[in-house]
Design a protein around this ligand. Structure first.
Ligand code: HEM
Length: 375
């Protein structure tokens, strides 16, 4: 290991790198999908509740009222699908991740409090809606908090790739209140997540338009707006992806381009995002008449696009760290079969329970506490 990294934890990895990495990538893809649903959902809720308030537009009010019911649930998925990949990242890249998060410790720890405030505001919003009052400012404040949390995560995940700045940062300030020196890859990465949020939330709206619990008018509204969002979000997501690529140091870009896996993954991502745009156009034209199979296809493509992005992002990290002296695959390994089996069983049960929760949610009929005409 290079001199830039702290000495390795004496505890060897409990399972092969390929296994830890596969689970990490799977769960992180799901975390990204939920983060994008939250970001996109909040942006839509803000726009619709504001339009509903200013223009007295009933459809916008009703649509933002429906989203208000979904958002707190999405937050629980963001958090619960964030914890497992965090554990894997700590096991696999502990020396880098611990260092970067300690260096920006004040911001890192603030995420917990920011999330609590945001979560509270979403519940306060549903109470306001129940009393027929507007909530555009609560959705705006929540959106700003989530954008801020995303920035903190991007900062931590990019700082963990820069061991060359760690010592100077710590010498300058050991209280965790310092921002890292300028990094040309930070803004593209954050923008990538934000643009992805538009396209993925658009896909989610198209799926929502297939729920028969909504009126045909609202279903048409969801399908057309979702289609438009996917249509606009897809090229923006592609542009952000190219920006991420061009912001990488030449050596990293070169190693990725020469790699056996990453060019194919990059191409898969590109195709998925382009397809998302095409499906968006279809939904925009056909509205709620879009066949269910196509709506499900849109959702699947969005998830696949995220999975491809997560694998490529992982490649950027591995290649960057190898260039700086940390090779993930060279860490000491001591497979502990018992722990591995217990872990596997718990993990699988967790996924089954989450699947059951999602299915129950999809079947549930909303309690119509919110009088939409007053929202
Ligand atoms: C509103 C809340 C959250 C938002 C907006 C958010 C956003 C993000 C973003 C933007 C990234 C990618 C950063 C980058 O690479 O540039 C990320 C990665 C990540 N997030 Fe979240 N996140 C949230 C909550 C959480 C929570 C509560 C956890 C866990 C306790 C978590 C765990 C992770 C992990 C582990 C990664 C990446 C790990 C890796 O690079 O291997 N996130 N998140």
């Amino acid at each position: 290991m290079g001199d830039l990294f702290p000495a390795l934890d004496p505890i060897p990895l409990p399972a092969p790198v390929w296994l830890l990495k596969s689970l990490h990538l799977l769960l992180l893809s799901l975390h990204f999908v939920t983060v994008q649903l939250l970001l996109g959902g909040l942006a839509l809720a803000f726009v619709w509740s504001l339009l509903g308030h200013l223009r007295r537009d009933e459809k916008c009010r009703a649509a933002s009222g429906e989203l208000a019911g979904y958002l707190p649930v999405i937050v629980t998925y963001v958090v619960n699908l964030g914890v497992p990949p965090l554990l894997f990242t700590q096991v696999l890249y502990g020396v880098a991740l611990y260092t970067s998060t300690v260096l920006i410790g004040a911001y890192w720890i603030s995420v917990i409090f920011l999330l609590i405030v945001m979560y509270y505001m979403l519940y306060a919003a549903t109470r306001r809606l129940a009393r027929g009052r507007t909530w555009w400012f609560l959705s705006l404040a929540s959106l700003l908090i989530v954008l801020g949390v995303a920035k903190i995560y991007s900062t931590a995940m990019t700082l963990m790739l820069r061991p060359e700045v760690w010592q100077a940062m710590y010498r300058a300030n050991a209280h965790g209140t310092l921002s890292p020196p300028h990094d040309p890859t930070l803004l593209p990465r954050w923008t990538f997540m934000v643009c992805a949020a538009l396209a993925v939330a658009g896909a989610a709206l198209v799926v929502l338009s297939k729920r028969r619990i909504f009126s045909t008018e609202l279903r048409d509204f969801f399908a057309a707006r979702g289609g438009l969002l996917a249509l606009v979000g897809a090229p923006l997501w592609l542009a952000a992806g190219f920006w991420v690529w061009h912001s990488q140091p030449a050596a990293v870009a070169h190693r990725l381009a020469e790699h056996a896996l990453y060019p194919a993954v990059g191409l898969a991502w590109l195709v998925c995002v382009a397809l998302l745009g095409v499906f968006g156009l279809l939904a925009l034209v056909r509205k709620s008449r879009l066949p269910v199979a196509l709506a499900v296809g849109v959702a699947l493509i969005a998830v696949l696009a995220d999975a491809a992005a997560v694998i490529f992002r992982d490649g950027i990290r591995d290649v960057t760290l190898i260039g700086k002296g940390f090779n993930l695959w060279h860490q000491p390994l001591e497979v502990n079969l018992q722990i591995l089996i217990i872990f596997g069983v718990l993990q699988l049960s967790g996924l089954v329970v989450i699947g059951w929760l999602v299915a129950t949610m999809a079947r549930a009929k909303p309690v119509t506490e919110v009088p939409h005409d007053q929202a």
